[in-house]
Each structure stands twice: as C-alpha cells, then as structure tokens.
Design a binder for this molecule. Structure first.
Ligand code: FMN
Length: 185
C-alpha cells in the first residue's frame, strides 16, 4: 500500500462515516483542552466531511463545556477507530464554532427533528439536577442553542494494524503542500 492509498482509504472511510450510521467512524471522539489545561474527550456524531477543504462538521450545544473550551483554545483533535478495518485516525487542527450564520443554518436545516430536539433541553447541558430530565419534544425551540463546529484538520495520522507489519503514516498540510511520511508504528 502506498501513502497515497492510505490517505485515499482514510478519506473514503471518513465520507462513509458521515453517510453510514453503522460505520465505526460515525461516532468519533473529540478531544479539547479545558480551561485548566486538562484534556477532555467525548463522543460526537460525524456530520460532514469535505475532502477538498479537509473540513469536518460536528453539531453541538452552544451551552456545552466543549464549546466553552473551544472558545478559549480552538485547537482540537478528532480520534476515530474502525475495529473491522483495524484503522485508527487522528485528525488535528483548528475549529470554528458557527452559531448564527449560513453554516449553522444549513446544518440545522439538514438535521432531523429527533436530533434537533436535544438542543431544546433545559437547563443547560452539564447543569446538576435531581433526576434525569424527560426527552425534549420541541424540534424548533433549540435553534438558539445549536452550533455547528467545523474542524479543518492540518495533520492526519493513520495507524493500520496488520499481522505482516503495522503501518503508520502521517500527512501534514501545514506548509501548504502536503508532506507525507511513514512513521515507525
Ligand atoms: C453515541 C454518542 C453520540 C453523541 N453525539 C453527540 C453530538 O453529536 N454532539 C454533542 O454535542 N454531544 C454528543 N454526545 C454527547 C457527548 O459525548 C457529551 O456527553 C456531551 O456533549 C457533553 O460534553 P461536554 O460537556 O464535553 O461539552 C454523544 C454521545 C454519544 C454516546
């Protein structure tokens, strides 16, 4: 397998992760840095991927801890592991949080009612409460709390496990042109 094939395979699996809810890449882990400098990681749904711009789209609640963390430190890493493909990806770059622009509007329009309802929850996510709340049933009231997070990844690291030898590759777009290299696994 060439480096080009590794990247093509990774991009193909990312695209499938958006389209196929059964794909392991459908629910990646987003890692951010908290206010105190400590790492934070949580599962999100992979909502969009544009290979031309390397933009990943995720949806979240403007009131959530991760959005506060990204406001302070926009750098983040997305971790994905597909056990069937034995492939781990780590995508690193900067995020932009879109709340009330065309990016957010388009993402909201593309969301199903069932997904929209999450954003109508009160009080804000992460607030301590006595008992778990009932599921919100309002598909429109949450728009003000909805954000689209765009992550433009500048590095992609792929690790593929194989009996004949693990393969680890790094792709780096930071210098403008793509730099690709194998790494010792
Ligand atoms: C399968 C799964 C999918 C999830 N998808 C999302 C999502 O798309 N957006 C989101 O904000 N939280 C999602 N969550 C909840 C987050 O993992 C997290 O618990 C929540 O957003 C609060 O994170 P925070 O306090 O770090 O902001 C999902 C959780 C699971 C288990």
């Amino acid at each position: 397998m060439t480096l080009e094939e590794v990247l093509g395979n990774a991009f193909g699996l990312l695209a499938r992760g958006v389209a196929d809810r059964r794909s392991a890449f459908h629910t990646p882990t987003l890692a951010t840095v908290g206010a105190d400098g400590a790492p934070e990681a949580r599962t999100l749904v992979l909502r969009g991927f544009d290979p031309a711009t390397r933009l990943i789209r995720l949806h979240s609640d403007a009131r959530s801890g991760k959005v506060a963390s990204l406001a302070r430190e926009p750098r983040a890493q997305l971790h994905l592991y597909d056990a069937k493909a034995k492939l781990q990806l780590r995508l690193s770059g900067r995020t932009a949080v879109h709340a009330s622009d065309e990016v957010a509007d388009a993402a909201w329009r593309g969301s199903r009612d069932f997904s929209r309802m999450c954003y109508a929850v009160e009080p804000a996510p992460g607030t301590p409460i006595e008992v778990p709340p009932a599921a919100p049933r309002d598909a429109e009231g949450g728009r003000a709390n909805f954000v689209a997070i765009l992550l433009r990844f500048e590095t992609l690291e792929a690790l593929e496990l194989a009996a004949e030898g693990h393969r680890r590759a790094r792709f780096d777009w930071r210098g403008g042109a793509l730099q690709a290299s194998w790494l010792v696994p």
